[in-house]
Write a protein that binds this ligand. Sequence first.
Ligand code: NAP
Ligand code: BGC
Ligand code: ZN
Length: 359
Amino acid sequence: MQAIAVERGRNRPVVVDTERPIPASGEVLVRTLRVGVDGTDHEVISGGHGGFPAGSDALVLGHEAVGVVEDPGDTRFSRGDVVVPTVRRAPGESNEYFARGEPDMAPSGAYHERGIEGAHGFMADYFTSPEESLVTVSRSIAEIGFLVEPLSVVEKALELAAASRSSFTWEPSSALVLGNGSLGLLALALLRQRAEYDRLYCLGRRDRPDPTIDVIERLGATYVDSRETPLGDVADAYEPMDLIFEATGYPKHAFETIEALAPNGVGALLGVPGAQSFEIDGGALHREFVLQNKALVGSVNSNVRHFEAAATALEAFPEWFCDAIVTGVYGLDEFEAAFDDDDTTIKTAVQFSAYEERR
Ligand code: NAP
Ligand code: BGC
Ligand code: ZN
């Protein structure tokens, strides 16, 4: 079968031939439909994040997959089920985090991430997965099911943020998403579903006309241009925010978020920046945390519960939104286009096979 991999020393994806995997007991063989591409894939390809499986000079890419059960083996699944795999797997023996169903809370070294760190990904004609790492989704989202994984990451971050505000009556009504990439726009659409957020903002650094600004405004949110209004000025220029969701990977945003929050507000940080040094007024930020009861939470990955919530949310997304953000789905013959990263590209996917509902 064919797969898309990045090889050691080469910073671009290539098609490789690999063996079709054979499912072990408790595993499912899945025929891959589509696999999405995100900022993390670009970081993996450039060598800035993740790593090769032990003993391998290539990593099969892809962590945002949707597929159809080809062979359910001895699992609870049935042939034809539409499924989405979670990303983390235990390295060798299982550990307490996996045993609790919370692999997303495992520290570095206690997990592999398929397509990212230490384990091959889903960009192949077929993949296998343990049944506990697969989530069944509605057939109605078979074609956009590759959005479930990134949306599950948003679900988890919002859950962590709300949990940090659970000891008092927190009634947020304003939210700012930092970043107009695919993760930022998915977060904005998810917040739009939540009635309590009647004022939404999204920060980017693009000139009009731009397809992401069109999406932001069609969602009823205000576009904030960080070149005119840096995050540190947002509270004065617009309003202090109850919730800030960071999806830029720009490290200053972690600290400017503290100033941009309203009293009792919370920021969720998701970006994975490289090393960068700059000056901050640590004392002022420390005071702000304490005297204004502010919180910052970091969030990575997600577990089965978040995937299930994400699949439900995705079913209710307006059709125009998915049509607007999925700017390209490419077959293996033109897979390079799925890795283009220009201003007309929002979310792309590679298609390995087409979804045909069984009669
Ligand atoms: P992406 O497509 O690269 O999106 C990042 C967006 O942020 C881009 O649209 C970029 O604008 C914008 N941006 C960057 N710096 C900015 C600045 N200073 N001011 C305004 N806008 C700025 O990446 P993504 O896939 O959406 O992911 C976003 C980040 O989350 C990445 O760092 C990724 O690694 C991380 N991530 C984390 C998790 C997790 O589990 N924690 C999951 C998925 C992704 P331009 O396009 O105009 O340059
Ligand atoms: C993936 C997560 C992963 C994170 C860090 C993200 O793009 O969606 O599943 O945990 O990168 O590698
Ligand atoms: Zn991702």
